[in-house]
Write a protein that binds this ligand. Structure first.
Ligand SMILES: [Zn+2]
Ligand SMILES: [Zn+2]
Length: 456
């Protein structure tokens, strides 16, 4: 116990020395969080369960599964929930798992983890690095890695649930534990909702989720009240022309030139059409067309991602993309049946709109156990996350999405002071610093959920 605590304290001291943000921006005095009997108990349980959860983590890390293929992972989550006494239902929206733990009358609190991995070849050099190669949805063989840290999420989720079950004399209510598949393709939350998540299971009063944050040291909590993540929609534009010999362009309508004009004109949507204080992103990530240097093709395909923080801004962007694409085609003299074909795909998720009161309550509780100086507010990110969908159903469930620091302290120090590369999530070299990420993450989430039950 003492050695364990010393390690945590040393980490915290190191962090004070290295983090400019923590020193200068968050000047709240640290209370002695360990003299609080609830905190004492949480830390003791965390210490007892860490070794077992390290094994769970390594197993998950070595056996990553792609989106929609989380069969074994779902089985592992279900087995762990059952052993803790949850009522477990599998195959909710594909490989989704739902666990319900009734503990008397009280609030219903949902805690969500995601379970899928990415087609990335791991380069961490860790002894337990993933060697997995799998077939993706198109049948192509790809390496697979938990490069987004969902293995860490699952491990912290299980650890938090274990802690809450061990402390069930301290709260009353119901835990709704959700292991959501297919987050990376923004499909799992929708699939679980469409499969009756809030019809077949208790409707939560609050829904909480978290993501590892590769940019801040383990032991730090990062939050945004209000909207924390952008909404996103993928779009495809097929630009048609009239192909021919590259030496005789006057006999053609060149879709390469038209596509180029569309790409440039799209840049004026955010710079000249949408409100400058309402951020948005339009990125053309792929241009495909043609086969040879001297052939003008019949069509060119553009693939886009759109990011936005308000539904109205998305609608404005959507209208502008259609108008600009048509305008370019009309100016080239194309007929109505050769207008660009624009598809706004089903790869869509709305912004994550957090409930400000819920987020502030959760991070205040986290500060009580980690120290308020470990809690950092940050602006929203243009990254997307389908957790926001859980707050968009008719049930109007308040959401809180929290970031949990996962960077190794020494590496973070080298990054800040010497420019060392700190691999972000989705990078082949990303790895969370397991022990401080797990212990602080579980302690923070456990304390937040206990306080939200509010009936100790
Ligand atoms: Zn990801
Ligand atoms: Zn992720």
């Amino acid at each position: 116990m003492q050695a364990y605590r010393n390690r945590v304290c040393r980490d915290q001291n190191t962090m004070k020395n290295i983090s400019i943000i923590l020193i200068f921006l968050v000047a709240v005095p640290v209370v002695n969080s360990r003299t609080d009997p609830v905190n004492e108990r949480i830390w003791k349980i965390v210490e007892e369960i860490t070794a077992g959860h390290r094994e769970i983590y390594i197993d998950l890390h070595q056996n990553p599964e792609l989106s929609f293929m989380e069969f074994e992972t779902a089985g592992k989550m279900a087995g762990n929930l059952e052993s803790m006494g949850f009522e477990v239902t599998g195959s909710v929206g594909g490989n989704g798992v739902v666990g319900v733990f009734h503990n008397g009358p009280g609030k219903i609190i949902m805690l969500r983890t995601d379970t899928d991995a990415l087609p990335v070849k791991e380069t961490t050099g860790l002894p337990y690095a993933s060697q997995v190669v799998s077939r993706d949805a198109s049948g192509t063989e790809v390496p697979v890695m938990h490069a987004c840290g969902h293995d860490m999420h699952m491990t912290m989720w299980l650890g938090t649930l274990k802690t809450l079950v061990a402390m069930k004399d301290q709260w009353q209510g119901t835990i709704l534990a959700i292991a959501q598949p297919a987050e990376e393709v923004l499909a799992g939350a929708r699939a679980m909702i469409n499969d009756g998540l809030f019809k077949r299971f208790p409707v939560p009063d609050y829904a909480l989720a978290y993501h590892v944050n590769s940019h801040v040291p383990a032991g730090t909590i990062v939050y945004s009240p209000g909207t924390s993540h952008a909404g996103t929609r993928a779009a495809e534009i097929k630009v048609f022309g009239s192909g021919g010999h590259g030496a005789m362009p006057h006999n053609t309508i060149d879709p390469v030139v038209l596509a180029s004009r569309i790409i440039l004109d799209l840049q004026t949507i955010v710079s000249r059409e949408t409100d400058p204080v309402k951020p948005a992103v339009i990125t053309v990530g792929s241009v495909k067309g043609g086969t040879k240097h001297n052939i003008i093709p019949d069509e060119v395909e553009l693939l886009l991602t759109i990011r936005f923080f308000e539904d109205e801004i998305y609608e404005q962007i959507r209208e502008a993309i259609i108008r600009i694409s048509r305008g370019v085609a009309l100016s080239a003299g194309l007929e109505e049946d050769r207008m660009p074909l624009i598809t706004f795909t089903s790869q869509y998720t709305p912004p994550v709109d957090n409930d400000t009161d819920l987020v502030m309550k959760a991070v205040d509780s986290m500060g009580k156990i980690l120290g308020q100086d470990k809690i950092i507010r940050r602006p929203p990110t243009t990254a997307a996350e389908d957790f926001g969908l859980f707050g968009r159903t008719g049930e109007n469930i308040p959401l809180a999405f929290i970031s949990i620091g996962s960077a190794n302290h020494e590496l973070y120090h080298d990054h800040v002071h010497h420019g060392a590369f700190l691999p972000p999530v989705h990078h082949s070299g990303y790895t969370p610093d397991f022990y401080p990420t797990f212990s602080n993450g579980v302690a923070a989430m456990s304390r937040a959920v206990l306080d939200l039950f509010g009936n100790r």
